[in-house]
Design a protein around this ligand. Structure first.
Ligand code: SAH
Length: 215
């Protein structure tokens, strides 16, 4: 990329980060991670000019790239540490995955749509990221790699898939939008023992649904 274009998007990233800080994102690691990821590389061509706007946009296969505020909010709730092993459900564009990878190298992400899985894998590799990606149904989690310190679900359902809770470490955290099609409550689960978890709700959001099976 020519230096002037490079400079322009770095400036836009700084403005985006300032905007997120003004909206209440305080975790320095999260803000720094957002500052590092060229969001335009994850956008559908039609919306590339809006990449540094704090909004969700359509990507392929009827899905969306999450709003930066939502990405920052979920990441902040999880309090990701630099050596955490993290599982993401819903790779989508790969943007949230890249933000996680700016904080910890140990990121596992599952996508049920083959076209999105393929394009995210290619894009993340080209940008120099090394995630562990799987094409599959996130309801099953990734048992061979469990347990995880943190689990982040970027699609909504009425309840937290039990297999994901099973794959969370004791002392670990999971975040997921829980609710119906039109609005969900961002729900944080802190697993305090094998049989006990603390649930808390953190405001209303709108996500695409967590669906069964692979396509
Ligand atoms: N994290 C993404 C947001 C993508 S939207 C980003 O940063 O761009 C949610 C994604 O979840 C969609 O790509 C959708 O296909 C995927 N999804 C829905 N149900 C799923 C399931 N059961 N397993 C894995 N992925 C799923």
């Amino acid at each position: 990329m020519p230096t002037s274009a490079n400079h322009a998007y770095k400036t836009l990233l700084q403005i985006l980060v300032d905007n997120l800080r003004a909206k209440g994102i305080t975790d320095k690691r999260v803000l720094e991670a957002i500052r590092q990821v060229p969001r335009h590389a994850f956008m559908d061509e039609r919306y590339i000019g809006f990449a540094y706007q704090d909004d969700a946009f359509p990507i392929a296969a009827g899905q969306t790239i999450s709003q930066p505020y939502t990405v920052a909010f979920q990441t902040q709730l999880l309090d990701i540490q630099k050596d955490d092993k993290v599982l993401e459900i819903g790779t989508g564009s790969g943007y949230q995955c890249a933000v996680l990878l700016e904080i910890t190298p140990s990121v596992f992400s599952i996508e049920r749509q083959k076209t999105l899985y393929d394009s995210a894998a290619k894009r993340l590799k080209e940008l120099g990221y090394s995630p562990h990606l799987r094409y599959g149904d996130g309801h099953e989690g990734w048992p061979e790699e469990a347990p995880f310190d943190k689990i982040l679900i970027t699609a909504a359902a009425h309840e937290i898939p039990p297999r994901l809770l099973e794959q969370l470490k004791t002392g670990g955290k999971l975040v997921m939008p829980v609710g119906g099609a039109y609005t969900q409550k961002m729900t944080l689960v802190e697993k305090i023992s094998n049989s006990e978890s603390i649930f808390s709700e953190h405001g209303g959001f709108v996500f695409v649904p967590l669906l069964k099976g692979k396509v």
